[in-house]
Design a protein around this ligand. Structure first.
Ligand code: GTP
Ligand code: IMP
Ligand code: MG
Length: 335
C-alpha cells in the first residue's frame, strides 16, 4: 500500500473505521492521516471485543507503530481531540496540521439551535457547518492559534510527502460519504464540504499524481442519518424484521436503512476514481457468513451479491467485511 485513500460510497457510516483499522493493522503503514469534515464523523472500531468510537484521531491507531496525523482540511474540536488522545493513550503519536480550522463554542451552539441546520438538514450539532462557514469568511482561528494544541502541531503535507518519497506506506482516511458531499450529494441535505477522494487528498496535502489506490466502502444495506432523499430506503418494520437496525456513533440517532443502490454506487465509484471496493456487512445479508475469512466459505447468496456489485460498479470487490471485529474480513487484494 504505497498511498491509499479510503472513502465512503453511500451516505456515511459505511464501516470505513473498520476497514481502515484492518488495513492499518495488516499493512502497517508508516502514517495514517485523516481527512474529511471534522468531529461530525464517528468511526467505530472493534478489536478483540473492545469497542472504540473515534471522532478526531485516525482509526488506524490500532497499528501501534503508525504516526497519526490530522490534515489541514479537517476541523478540530480541541476538547474532543484531547479526550481521545488521553483515553486511547496516543500521546506522542498524534500530529495536527498548523492550519486546521477550529470549532468554537459559538459554532456548536449555532449548529444545535439553528432552524435551518438542525431543523431542516438534521445536522450532527457538532459545530462543523458554522466553523466551515467562518473558515470561508476567513474569520476562523487555526490550530496554531490554540494554546492546548501547541504540542500536536505539525506540517502534515511535509511529513506525508517525505514518507511517500522514501516509499513508506501511507493510509488516508476519509470520513462521511458520497451522498452527503457538498458538491455531489443531495444538496441542501449534505455536509459542509466535498467528501470524495480528491477532497481527502487535498485535506492532507497529497497531490493526485501520488495516489495509488482509492478504496470505496459500500455497505450491503446502505444507511442515512439526518434529512434528505434516500431512494432505496426500506420501512422501519422491514428493517426490524431483518434485525439490521443501527444507531449513530455521534448523535445516537436511529439510522434509516435501505437496500443496495447500483446506480448510486456506480456514480460514486466513478467520481471517486475507485480502484477497489470494500463491502461491509455481508453478515447482515446472510448471518451464516459472520466472521468468515476465506472467500470459498462465503455463501452462494453473498458470492452472487459480490458479483452484482462488481457488475454495477465495474470495480473489483477486494475486501469483504463479515462482522464489526477488525479480524472479520475476507482480503482478496493478493488475488
Ligand atoms: P463515518 O465516518 O461517520 O461515516 O463512519 P464509518 O464509515 O466509520 O461507520 P460507523 O462506524 O459509524 O458505522 C458502521 C457500523 O457498522 C459500526 O457500528 C460498525 O461496528 C459496524 N460494522 C462495520 N463493518 C461491519 C460488518 O461487516 N458487519 C456488521 N454487522 N457491522 C459492521
Ligand atoms: P453536519 O455535517 O453536522 O452539518 O450534518 C449535515 C448532514 O450530514 C446531516 O444529515 C448529518 O446526519 C450528515 N452527516 C455528517 N457527518 C456524518 C457522518 O460522519 N456520517 C453520517 N452522516 C453524517
Ligand atoms: Mg459514522
Amino acid at each position: 500500500m504505497p498511498v491509499t485513500i479510503v472513502v465512503g460510497g453511500f451516505f456515511g457510516d459505511e464501516g470505513k473505521g473498520k476497514i481502515i483499522a484492518y488495513l492499518a493493522k495488516h499493512d502497517e503503514p508508516e502514517i495514517v492521516a485523516r481527512g474529511g469534515v471534522g468531529p461530525n464523523a464517528g468511526h467505530t472500531v472493534v478489536v478483540e471485543g473492545a469497542k472504540y468510537a473515534l471522532r478526531m484521531v485516525p482509526s488506524g491507531f490500532i497499528c501501534e507503530s503508525a504516526r497519526l496525523l490530522v490534515g489541514a482540511g479537517v476541523l478540530i474540536n480541541p476538547e474532543v481531540l484531547k479526550q481521545e488522545v488521553d483515553s486511547f493513550g496516543l500521546k506522542g503519536r498524534v500530529g495536527v496540521d498548523r492550519r486546521c480550522g477550529i470549532i468554537e463554542k459559538e459554532h456548536i451552539e449555532e449548529d444545535k439551535s439553528d432552524k435551518h441546520l438542525k431543523g431542516k438538514i438534521g445536522s450532527t450539532g457538532s459545530g462543523c457547518g458554522p466553523a466551515n462557514a467562518a473558515r470561508a469568511m476567513r474569520t476562523a482561528r487555526q490550530a496554531k492559534d490554540v494554546e492546548e494544541l501547541q504540542e500536536f502541531l505539525s506540517d502534515v503535507p511535509q511529513e506525508l510527502n517525505e514518507a511517500v518519497d522514501s516509499e513508506k506506506g501511507v493510509l488516508i482516511e476519509g470520513t462521511q460519504g458520497f451522498g452527503i458531499s457538498l458538491l455531489y450529494g443531495s444538496y441542501p441535505f449534505v455536509t459542509s464540504k466535498d467528501t470524495t477522494a480528491s477532497q481527502m487528498a487535498a485535506d492532507v496535502g497529497i497531490g493526485p499524481t501520488r495516489v495509488d489506490d482509492v478504496v470505496v466502502v459500500f455497505k450491503s444495506f446502505p444507511t442515512r442519518v439526518g434529512e434528505g432523499p434516500f431512494e432505496t430506503q426500506m420501512s422501519e418494520t422491514k428493517a426490524a424484521e431483518l434485525h439490521i437496525e443501527e444507531f449513530g456513533t455521534v448523535t445516537r440517532r436511529k439510522r434509516r436503512i435501505g437496500v443496495w443502490d447500483g446506480r448510486m454506487a456506480a456514480y460514486s465509484a466513478m467520481i471517486n476514481g475507485a480502484t477497489m471496493v470494500a463491502l461491509s456487512g455481508v453478515d447482515r445479508l446472510d448471518p451464516s457468513c459472520k466472521g468468515v475469512r476465506e472467500y470459498e466459505e462465503l455463501s452462494k447468496e453473498v458470492k452472487e451479491f459480490v458479483a452484482k456489485i462488481e457488475h454495477d460498479t465495474r470495480v473489483p470487490v477486494k475486501l469483504i467485511s463479515t462482522g464489526p471485529e477488525v479480524s472479520e474480513i475476507v482480503d482478496l487484494r493478493a488475488n
